[in-house]
Design a protein around this ligand. Structure first.
Ligand SMILES: O=C(O)COP(=O)(O)O
Ligand SMILES: [Mg+2]
Length: 234
């Protein structure tokens, strides 16, 4: 027999769902590759390919650019690195969605969860400027009650800080929230924040096997979410 006290959804009814962005809601790797390659072309360097860029995603734009530059010859000093980051952001933020798409079931499922009364939020390591533009371009900005990016707080995931910041903006306690992500940083940040449940999508840009992470379940697909949260649209 199940012990009701062991089920956190019974102790605290779930009131909010926090989502990672890249690799969870949006397949954004192609635009990150195009922006990286536009920067590299300006520097007279060879391009990087999609598998390489996918492996560079997850620690925010500064790390992505650092990895792109390291893979193509490195940089002379920190100043050159900072200049390249500024240029990358200008290129990427001008159009972060041309080659990006929502994963199957994302739009309909977010609508269903919002209709069921859940507060939805995004906690991404992507900078806010590009994040808001991407959400608007893909038509899902309106469904979120709050969004935090990689530059919203002094630290980013795997720190708990942005997750706790998002939950505060959603006006829920960690025990009332579920986090849905795609990689090891999402699990670490959400666990450190003390959310009720951490669920992972089976696709995305994780760099370690999902099975070894301390999650509470791997979805078959994004559309499984309402069932897993035991809530349905009215
Ligand atoms: O900007 C990144 O590196 C990844 O962003 P994410 O946190 O939405 O996966
Ligand atoms: Mg991600």
């Amino acid at each position: 027999m199940t012990d009701p006290a062991a089920d956190s959804s019974i102790r605290h009814p779930i009131r909010a769902v926090a989502f990672d962005l890249d690799g969870t809601l949006v397949d954004s790797a192609a635009d990150l590759m195009h922006a990286s390659n536009a920067l590299l072309a300006e520097l007279g360097r060879p391009p990087v390919d999609l598998p390489a860029v996918r492996s560079f995603i997850g620690d925010g734009a500064p790390k992505l650019v650092e990895r792109v530059l390291a893979a193509t010859g490195g940089v002379a000093d920190a100043e050159e690195g900072a200049r390249c980051l500024r240029r990358f952001l200008a290129i990427y933020e001008a159009d972060p969605s041309a080659h990006s798409a929502l994963y199957p079931g994302v739009a309909e499922t977010l609508e269903a969860l919002a209709k069921a009364g859940l507060r939805l939020g995004v906690c991404t390591n992507k900078p806010m400027g590009a994040t808001m533009r991407l959400l608007e371009d893909l038509g899902i900005a309106g469904v979120f009650a709050a969004v935090v990016g990689g530059d919203s707080y002094p630290t980013r995931k795997p720190s708990a800080e942005p997750v706790l910041g998002l939950l505060e903006r959603l006006d829920v306690s960690p025990g009332e929230a579920v986090f849905v992500g795609d990689n090891e940083h999402d699990v670490a940040a959400a666990r450190a924040a003390g959310v009720a449940r951490v669920l992972l999508v089976p696709y995305g840009y994780a760099r370690v096997p999902l099975d070894g992470l301390p999650h509470d379940g791997i979805l078959g697909g994004f559309a499984d979410l309402p069932e897993r949260l035991s809530c349905r649209a009215p």
